[in-house]
Design a protein around this ligand. Sequence first.
Ligand code: NAP
Length: 311
Amino acid sequence: MAFHRSCLDLCISRSRTGDIYMAKVAFIGLGVMGYPMAGHLKAKGGHEVTVYNRTASKAESWVSQHGGTAAPTPAEAARDADFIFTCVGNDDDLRQVTTGPDGVLATMKPGVILIDNTTASAEVAREIAAAAEAIGCAFIDAPVSGGQAGAENGVLTVMCGGNEQVFQRAKPVIDAYARMVGLMGPVGAGQLTKMVNQICIAGLVQGLAEGVHFGKKAGLDIEKVVEVISKGAAGSWQMENRHKTMNQSKYDFGFAVDWMRKDLDIVLSEARRNGATLPVTALVDQFYGEVQKLGGNRWDTSSLLARLESE
Ligand code: NAP
């Protein structure tokens, strides 16, 4: 069944301010990321938002903070929505809230766009896109980067995969929680781009951890070292934002090791499929496995330093 355009043309109207779109939006998954993202869709986007969260108390707090409505299942949340957002943990969680018995596809009307912000595989993106297309709907994989702070401040980077026309319809809605929204190619291309992002981060954080570790062993003042070298070729977002806490052995400031391992598992599976050679990424994945053995499941990714210091 072809994607139904005319329905959405009717559903989306210009707000009184004339410069934002108002739509009926469902948001599934009010975790660290989803909770503030759904908040921006309501407050900044001006949309009518219905939320669903597996742990119902989080949905109740969201409604008492932002207004809107909470639904008892993903399917109920999606019933009248024009745009449906999901932001859950992994591929299986995503299947459960979309194609599962109480998933959003059970009630989605033709013309509706499903936008998934979960970091998942390109394979599951294509699978759900096909299921959405079969009922006249469209799907965009739209993983994000920018972390908890980016979600709270509504300045995430969103990497999308999907059809150009569908993307053009969804972008003004996604803009509510984003600073950069890019269409990277067909369905799956958003997830593949996020994989590149995670590959780049893995090697970089290990390099930074080794630099800080070496500097400490050499008796240098890490603050002073970073002040100087961060202005040159070694500078990075990770260096700017994490060196202080790494130097204090504090690892409670960002993306959790468990999530990073989930992402690297997706990356390494995709690399086995497409033939890419990722020796450093594979090694860093093992290092994160050792951080987990140190009890660091919820530590942030800069805890690669804790592994070096434990040796
Ligand atoms: P989180 O805080 O653990 O939240 C996960 C959310 O998904 C919760 O609302 C959880 O419900 C829900 N959920 C999980 N499994 C479910 C299932 N089977 N059925 C229904 N709901 C389910 O995670 P997060 O940090 O928001 O991350 C969400 C996604 O964004 C992940 O894919 C992550 O890799 C990605 N991401 C995270 C960050 C970050 O810095 N945190 C940055 C970029 C991307 P409950 O409340 O009931 O547990």
